[in-house]
Design a protein around this ligand. Structure first.
Ligand SMILES: Nc1nc2c(ncn2[C@@H]2O[C@H](COP(=O)(O)OP(=O)(O)O)[C@@H](O)[C@H]2O)c(=O)[nH]1
Ligand SMILES: [Mg+2]
Length: 333
C-alpha cells in the first residue's frame, strides 16, 4: 500500500543523538598524534554527523508518496485526515533543513582547516547543526503523527468497485461472501469502528472489488458528523457503482419505509450510479417493491447472476461517461 513504506519519523532529539554518537564513534581508535591528524579527525566528525542528518532527512521525504500522483480516493482521505498542504509544507521544511545542514557543514570544515585549535570550531559546528534540526522539531512530530494515521488507510485498489449500501442485517455481508468466494479481508477505515470489508472477483480477466462499509452507508446521514460525511465523500472518488440492498421482508429489523428513506438520501447525495436490489426473496414475507430493480436471495443464489451482470454493465457505462468528463472534485454530502 501507498503509505506502508513510510517508517516511523524520528524526533529531532533522536536524530541529534544518532548523528553525534556516530560522529564520535567514527573517531574512536584513531590515533591523533599531530596537528594534521587532529584537523582531519574534527573535520571528519563534522562530515559524519552531517551525512547522518542529511541521509535520514532525505529518507523521510522520499518515503512519503508524492501527493499529486495519489489516486483521488487516497488524496481526499489524506487531505481530510491530515491535510495535504500541511504535509507538503512540513516535507519542504525537512528538505530545507537537509540542504542547510550540508551548507553549514561545508563551511565549518573550511573553518576547521584554517584553525589552530579545531575542537572549539567543531563544537560550534555541532551546535549549529543541532539547532537546524531543532528548528524542524514540529515538522518531524507532525509527519510522524501523519504517518501513524495514513498507514491505517484501507488497502483499496484502483480497481472497478461495487460499494454495498443498506441498513444492517439486510444481507450485505452475505452478498459479498457469495460473490467473492473466499472470506473477504477487513481493512480499517477512518471513523469507523468496524472497518470496511473488501472482497475480489475476476470476470473476463478483469479484477473487481466489492466493498461493504459498515457504519458508513447503513444509517441516515443526519446521524453523522462532518468528518464521517467527508469519509463517505472520499468513497465517491473510487471507480465505483453502488448497490443499495433492501430487505422487504423486514426481518432485518428495519421497516421498509426507513430503508426507502435511506435509499432516497443516498440517491440524492451520492453521485455514483446506483442499483437497488431486494434481498431475501426466499422468505415467505418477501414482497416485490417498486424501488428494487432486481430481486435476489443470497441463500439460494437466485437472481445474483443477473445483478452481477447489471452492475458490470453500469461500471462499463460509467467508464464511458467519465472518459468524456472529469468527475467534480468539490463533491460534498
Ligand atoms: N432468508 C434469508 N436470509 C438472509 C439472506 N441474506 C442474508 N440473510 C440473513 O440475514 C442476516 C444478516 O445478514 P448479513 O449478511 O450479516 O447482513 P448485513 O448486516 O447487511 O451485512 C443473517 O442472519 C443472514 O443469514 C437471504 O437471502 N435470505
Ligand atoms: Mg455486514
Amino acid at each position: 500500500m501507498t503509505f506502508e513504506k513510510i517508517h516511523t519519523v524520528p524526533t529531532s532529539q533522536e536524530l541529534i543523538n544518532k548523528a553525534f554518537k556516530r560522529a564520535a564513534r567514527a573517531m574512536s581508535g584513531k590515533t591523533i598524534d599531530s596537528r594534521d591528524s587532529r584537523l582531519r579527525a574534527n573535520e571528519s566528525m563534522i562530515l559524519t554527523a552531517a551525512n547522518i542528518f542529511t541521509d535520514n532527512l532525505s529518507n523521510i521525504v522520499r518515503r512519503f508518496p508524492s501527493f499529486d500522483q495519489l489516486p483521488k480516493f487516497y488524496y481526499e482521505l489524506t487531505d481530510i485526515l491530515v491535510g495535504v498542504e500541511k504535509l507538503k509544507m512540513s516535507l519542504a521544511s525537512i528538505d530545507w533543513a537537509s540542504r542547510k545542514i550540508h551548507e553549514v557543514a561545508r563551511s565549518y570544515v573550511g573553518n576547521v582547516r584554517n584553525s589552530d585549535i579545531p575542537e572549539p570550531v567543531r563544537k560550534e559546528a555541532f551546535g549549529r547543526l543541532a539547532s537546524i534540526i531543532k528548528s524542524i522539531d514540529k515538522d518531524l512530530l507532525f509527519l510522524n503523527e501523519a504517518r501513524n494515521i495514513l498507514r491505517k488507510l484501507p488497502d483499496v485498489k484502483e480497481e472497478p468497485t461495487i460499494v454495498i449500501a443498506g441498513y444492517p442485517n439486510v444481507g450485505k455481508s452475505s452478498f459479498v461472501s457469495k460473490v467473492t468466494g473466499a472470506s473477504p479481508e477487513i481493512a480499517p477505515y477512518p471513523f469507523t469502528t468496524k472497518g470496511v470489508t473488501i472482497g475480489h472477483f475476476t470476470r473476463e480477466g478483469v479484477r473487481y472489488q466489492v466493498m461493504d462499509t459498515p457504519g458508513l452507508l447503513d444509517r441516515p446521514m443526519s446521524e453523522r458528523n462532518y468528518i464521517e460525511r467527508q469519509a463517505i465523500t472520499a468513497i465517491q472518488f473510487l471507480d465505483a457503482v453502488v448497490m443499495f440492498m433492501i430487505d422487504p421482508s423486514e426481518s432485518c429489523g428495519y421497516e421498509l419505509e426507513d430503508q426507502k428513506r435511506l435509499l432516497a438520501e443516498i440517491r440524492e447525495n451520492f453521485k455514483l450510479p446506483l442499483l437497488v436490489v431486494a434481498n431475501k426473496a426466499d422468505r415467505p414475507e418477501f414482497r416485490k417493491t417498486e424501488e428494487a430493480e432486481l430481486s435476489i436471495s443470497t441463500i439460494t443464489g437466485e437472481g445474483i447472476e443477473k445483478v452481477m451482470n447489471r452492475l458490470l454493465e453500469m461500471i462499463e457505462e460509467k467508464r464511458l461517461l467519465s472518459s468524456a468528463e472529469e468527475p467534480d472534485k468539490e463533491l460534498t454530502i
